[in-house]
Ligand binder design. Structure first.
Ligand code: NAD
Ligand code: UGA
Length: 463
């Protein structure tokens, strides 16, 4: 089948960048990204391409090339579904906050709504692609909805999980380690797989495109995230032991990372992993394991989350203890709020939980992040629902510049590894702070000896 029209439901952190790159690399394919969120679509269509709703290095350049040519953003979901031969489902699949599986299972209501809408609108055969991260065997449910509520047209369901990481999304999409496509073993299934392979082949080498069955593909995505998160929890567990024994976690990571069987990536000790996916996907994996009665498997993976929660709490407890067991009415400056550098995404960021603990201790917090507004910081704290919004409002301070954010502070905590923090004039910052001036480096990005020479009391993770 020659593909000329693609639609993607969901214009978020995955749908937006993924479709922008497909459109850039496949000028002969019309790509329409649709979303129910009018504000988000309006931002994607903003005349000034720097105002698109998602910050990713290089993304606005890709959007500038393709938008209006063969890349379109729209709220007209029905029209886009009707016209497309391939429909990507790229909607959010958060952890359930209600009912059975609350706090663990993936909430599939948005996926089901998409399936029902596709079934209702489609008048010709379509390939439906699961781009969202989904529990294993979700395709079965989607197929059942499509086949039983549709207009008698044929649907092929493919699983094509996305492995991009935020902050490097464009590079990850342009040079993926692999593209994974799962489909039905039948002839029609294989034809659908080939149609999607042909799309990616416009810029991805054949040996990097892996095809498999749907269930293996779905489970591979959860497995990849579980393994990645496990590495962080493993090194973070060692960071605490390093602090007790005089070992240095950076040295340990360097030494073990040189073992080619272990590898050097994803061994950076930190205040804990954040982001919208690791926690949600592991909880989901734990839930799936439990639902099959595999309690030991569930406990094994749950420990990755338990350790991560411990790492965040340990960081805030250490701040309070080091500041003489009280932070009440003390100003503490956070450098960074996003869950990692080069993104404006704050979902599940460790900073939120550290701030929450410190506000419980009546601290005043000045948060500076180059891509996150005070409004967003307050919204994240309010979402936790631990206290009255008015208390958050008075606890989160306003200021004009990062230097002003640090002035008069008792301590600075580094929560995100933004490059610019390393470049700051730390002597100037020191001079403006309360003494002794503390730095708690939750990302191990600053040079401890240099800060100590200035006069700071410097603490990093794991040494
Ligand atoms: P997101 O919340 O940024 O975007 C999802 C979008 O879907 C939202 O804009 C929402 O309005 C829209 N939406 C929901 N239901 C809709 C409907 N019925 N019709 C039209 N639009 C609808 O989420 P995201 O970060 O892009 O993640 C999407 C999926 O991709 C998740 O399953 C996630 O696990 C997975 N994933 C995310 C990343 C990542 O780095 N963020 C990476 C790989 C995979
Ligand atoms: C992660 C995976 O890396 C992607 O492959 C996957 O597609 C994505 O989840 C997803 O399914 O959503 P992402 O969460 O965007 O990507 O970012 P990561 O680079 O994985 O970082 C996650 C968190 O771990 C961040 O808070 C980061 O600071 C932290 N981290 C990462 C560490 O603390 N140490 C490390 O060594 C690496």
């Amino acid at each position: 089948m020659k593909i000329t029209k693609i639609c993607c439901i969901g214009a978020g952190y995955v749908g937006g960048p993924t479709m922008a790159v497909i459109a850039q690399k496949c000028p002969h394919i019309q790509v329409t990204v649709v979303d129910l969120n009018e504000e988000r679509i309006a931002a994607w269509n903003d005349e000034n391409v720097d105002n698109i709703p998602i910050y990713e290095p290089g993304l606005s350049e890709v959007v500038a090339v393709a938008r209006g040519r063969n890349l379109f953003f729209s709220t007209d979901v029905e029209k886009a579904i009707d016209e497309a031969q391939i429909i990507f489902i790229s909607v959010n699949t958060p952890t359930k906050t209600y009912g059975k599986g609350k706090g663990m299972a993936a909430d599939l209501k948005y996926i089901e709504l998409c399936a029902r809408q596709i079934a209702r609108i489609s008048k010709d055969n379509k390939i439906v692609v699961e781009k969202s991260t989904l529990p294993v065997r979700t395709a079965e449910a989607i197929k059942s909805i499509l086949d039983n509520t549709g207009n008698g047209v044929q649907f092929q369901i493919l699983s094509n999980p996305e492995f991009l990481a935020e902050g490097t999304a464009v590079q990850d999409l342009l040079n993926p380690d692999r593209i994974l496509i799962g489909g039905d073993p039948s002839d029609d299934g294989q034809k659908a797989i080939q149609a999607l392979v042909d799309v990616y082949s416009n810029w991805v080498a054949a040996d990097k495109i892996v095809t498999t069955n749907v269930w293996s593909s779905e489970l591979s995505k959860l497995t990849a995230n579980a393994f990645l998160a496990q590495r962080i929890s493993s090194i973070n567990a060692m960071s605490e032991l390093c602090e007790k024994t005089g070992a240095d976690v950076n040295e340990v990571a360097r030494a073990i990372g040189m073992d080619s069987r272990i590898g050097s990536k994803f061994l950076k000790a930190s205040v804990g992993f954040g982001g919208s996916c690791f926690q949600k996907d592991i909880l989901n994996l734990v839930y799936i394991a439990k639902s099959y009665g595999l309690n030991e498997v569930a406990d094994y993976w749950e420990q990755v989350i338990i350790l991560n929660d411990h790492q965040k709490r340990r960081f805030s407890n250490n701040i309070v203890q080091t500041l003489y067991n009280t932070v009440s009415d003390k100003k503490i400056t956070f450098l960074g709020w996003a869950f990692k550098k080069d993104t404006n995404d704050t979902r599940e960021s460790a900073a939120i939980y550290v701030a929450d603990d410190l506000i419980n201790e009546n601290a005043k917090i000045a948060v500076y992040d180059p891509k996150v507004s005070r409004k967003k910081v307050l919204a994240d704290l309010d979402y936790l629902d631990t206290r009255a919004a008015s208390k958050n409002e008075t606890s989160i301070l306003s200021f004009e510049s990062p230097y002003e954010a640090c002035a008069g502070a008792h301590a600075i905590a580094i929560l995100t590894e933004w490059n610019e923090f390393v470049q700051y004039d730390w002597q100037k910052i020191y001079d403006s702070m309360q003494k002794p001036a503390f730095v708690f480096d939750g990302r191990n990005i600053l040079d401890g000896p240099t800060l100590e020479a200035i006069g700071f009391v410097y603490q990093s993770i794991g040494s």
